[in-house]
Ligand binder design. Structure first.
Ligand SMILES: [Zn+2]
Length: 148
């Protein structure tokens, strides 16, 4: 594999594309996961590490508990809305239920469901254009009829 990004001499791919390609390889991922698990197993036999980790985690819990606004239902709801507004920006709000229905009830993968919705969006656009054209023709016809 090669890429067209700026890269060091003799390299086939830039650093970003190379990393992406490496992490796309299931064997590489498995090797990394095994190495991480082994490191963690070894660290857990070290009392100093266990103590440090316990202190770090209880610090994190204290920080989380000190900011109750993050657990406020209104804040959680707003965060959900902001998230779907960004993630779902491609999908008009009135078609979102249908998109989720396709995935949940029809078991379509997200990409397939999105294609269905996008075809629907195109259909709607075509229908709207035809309706506008009909309206314009109708108005012209009335104007011509009134002129006499
Ligand atoms: Zn690249």
């Amino acid at each position: 594999m090669t890429c067209d990004h700026p890269k060091s001499r003799n390299a086939k791919m830039c650093r970003a594309c190379n990393l992406k390609a490496m992490w796309a390889d299931p064997e590489f991922r498995a090797r990394k996961a095994a190495a991480n698990a082994q490191t963690l197993r070894k660290l857990r036999t070290d009392p100093a590490f266990v103590e440090r980790e316990r202190a770090r985690q209880s610090r994190a819990v204290r920080i989380m508990n000190a900011s109750p606004r993050k657990t406020d239902p209104n804040v959680i709801a707003r965060r959900g809305r902001t998230f779907s507004e960004r993630r779902m920006a491609w999908c008009p709000p009135h078609l979102r239920d249908e998109y989720f229905r396709l995935m949940k009830n029809k078991h379509l993968p997200a990409l397939e469901a999105r294609k269905v919705i996008e075809a629907h969006i195109r259909d709607e656009a075509r229908r709207n254009i035809r309706a506008i054209e009909r309206e314009q023709h109708e108005r012209q016809r009335r104007e011509i009829a009134q002129a006499y």
